[in-house]
Design a protein around this ligand. Structure first.
Ligand SMILES: Cc1cc2nc3c(=O)[nH]c(=O)nc-3n(C[C@H](O)[C@H](O)[C@H](O)COP(=O)(O)OP(=O)(O)OC[C@H]3O[C@@H](n4cnc5c(N)ncnc54)[C@H](O)[C@@H]3O)c2cc1C
Length: 448
């Protein structure tokens, strides 16, 4: 029994069914989950359209005449809805083709093996040998802010046709916050970012964060560093954000991007004896099992890396474990080797060991860095910003990690991710016969 049809739930369902399990998946909103409905897919679709707009403002250097490009709100809404429904239909078809029983309803536990399902047919209790909780998370809303979903927004209220703000204050400078800054400023809004520390993306390499800050400043984004928002209120046509240091920001809209909370509160997990941590996340072991061995948790609800890709891989590992495959051929999930990307301009992607982490534990590393400005394809693309950095073991040459800042960084990082997962050496990258002219040439150079 799988509760939740996001990346974690639907991947687990597909693999478990393929391995011979009888699978029921219950989803209350949309097959594909919040990832399809509100998070990854609509945000990246908006960013892709916004990117085309901001690129159109830079075509002067490409031998083209500059002309104005305007947003077609109806067309953009249609584009987002079409992509979402295509993906959801594709996932539904895949699940059905594997024989997964799909139930559109709401589930909760009523005992260790008993799941109560409420749907249009009423309420019933279903028995299951194993249960996967994959119910995801929702935006965190602090006590000092009451979103009205019209001008004071959560990340789920940011898609057209409802808003194209003239000005917006983004509260929170983590991954989601900076992506929303990029998204709104690409569409021409005046954006202010409230940054509680002295650096955007406080968890990232300062060199990486600096490139992004430079781009924000170039575009006229106001950075309010060292400020914590303490109140957000409407005053007439304005939204006023007050900070703990007395600074006040006025804009037409404000959006909260300060993390998420797990969807565990209405699952009645205590009836099954499942332990939660103080944040409400289900604590899991290396096979994604909770303290109750036949009840698993995967995805955002497990409190590990909140990424769609990680959720899907956890789902796959759960299926393998439930079906006993870990005794035959099973690779443990190593969260330290997860690649991640930030879809800003330039894009930022990294994987594996970071320089700061290595220094913190006194580990010897070799760091090589190549700027894209020396790469022919970056010049052809009229976008020479950013760099490739590879971190390797100086004694063995094994690739330990890396980061890429620049166009298509989210795609290019796959090469370093593969090297990190498969323990490849820098020489393996150097000796690959890559394409010319291509941005990947910078990877080969950084591996030299
Ligand atoms: C704005 C934003 C952008 C993001 N962009 C990216 C990105 O580009 N790349 C990336 O890797 N990650 C991204 N993420 C993170 C990613 O969306 C999550 O990590 C991912 O959705 C987690 O998948 P999941 O399966 O755990 O949960 P979800 O996708 O949240 O799915 C959980 C499902 O469970 C259902 N559910 C909940 N309770 C019940 C119940 N009681 N009964 C039945 N069904 C229930 C929900 O309706 C939901 O459909 C983004 C997050 C945000 C907020």
């Amino acid at each position: 029994m799988i509760i939740g049809g996001g990346p974690a739930g639907n991947t687990a369902a597909t693999y478990a069914a393929r391995l011979g399990a009888e699978v029921t998946m219950v989803e209350r909103d949309v097959i594909g989950g919040a990832a399809h409905l509100w998070d990854c897919i609509p945000s990246k679709t908006m960013i892709s359209t916004g990117g085309a707009m901001s690129f159109s403002r830079r075509i002067g250097g490409m031998g083209l005449e500059q002309s104005d490009v305007a947003v077609d709100a109806e067309g953009l809404t249609h584009r987002i809805e079409t992509i979402k429904s295509k993906l959801s239909q594709g996932t539904t078809q895949l699940l059905s083709s594997q024989g997964v029983r799909l139930v559109m309803g709401t589930a909760r536990m009523v005992g260790p093996h008993q799941v109560e399902i409420s749907d249009l047919d009423g309420v019933r209790v279903v028995e299951a040998d194993a249960v996967l909780v994959a119910t995801g998370s929702r935006p965190r809303i602090p006590a000092w802010c009451h979103p009205d979903h019209e001008r004071i927004l959560t990340t789920r209220d940011c898609y057209p046709p409802s808003i194209f703000p003239d000005s917006i204050t983004v509260v929170g400078s983590g991954v989601t916050g900076v992506e929303f800054v990029h998204m709104f400023s690409s569409f021409g809004a005046q954006v202010t970012l409230v940054v509680s520390r002295q650096q955007v993306l406080p968890a990232k390499d300062p060199e990486v964060a600096a490139v992004l800050e430079e781009d924000f400043l170039r575009r006229g984004v106001r950075l309010l560093k060292g400020a914590r928002a303490t109140a957000i209120e409407r005053e007439g046509a304005e939204v006023v954000v007050r900070c703990d240091d007395g600074r006040v920001v006025r804009s037409t809209h404000a959006v909260l991007a300060i993390g998420s909370v797990p969807n565990t509160d209405s699952l009645n997990l205590e009836s099954a004896g499942v332990a939660l941590d103080e944040g409400g996340y289900i604590t899991i072991g290396r096979h994604c099992q909770s303290n109750v061995p036949h009840i698993y948790a995967a995805g955002d609800v497990s409190g590990k890396l909140p990424l769609s890709s990680v959720a899907a891989m956890q789902g796959r590992k759960v299926a393998e474990h439930v079906m006993g495959l870990q005794r035959v051929a099973h690779r443990h999930l190593d969260y330290d080797k997860a690649a991640s990307a930030i879809f800003t301009e330039p894009e930022i992607a990294d994987v594996g060991l970071a320089e700061a982490e290595a220094f913190a534990v006194g580990r010897k590393i070799r760091v090589t860095k190549v700027p894209f400005s020396a790469t022919p394809k970056a010049l052809i693309n009229n976008d020479p910003r950013g760099f490739v950095k590879i971190i390797s073991d100086p004694a063995t040459g094994v690739v330990l990690g890396g980061s890429i800042v620049g166009r298509h960084a989210a795609e290019l990082i796959s090469v370093i991710a593969l090297a990190v997962t498969a323990n490849l050496k820098v020489s393996d990258i150097v000796e690959s016969l890559l394409v010319h002219p291509a941005l990947s040439e910078a990877l080969a150079e950084a591996a030299e």
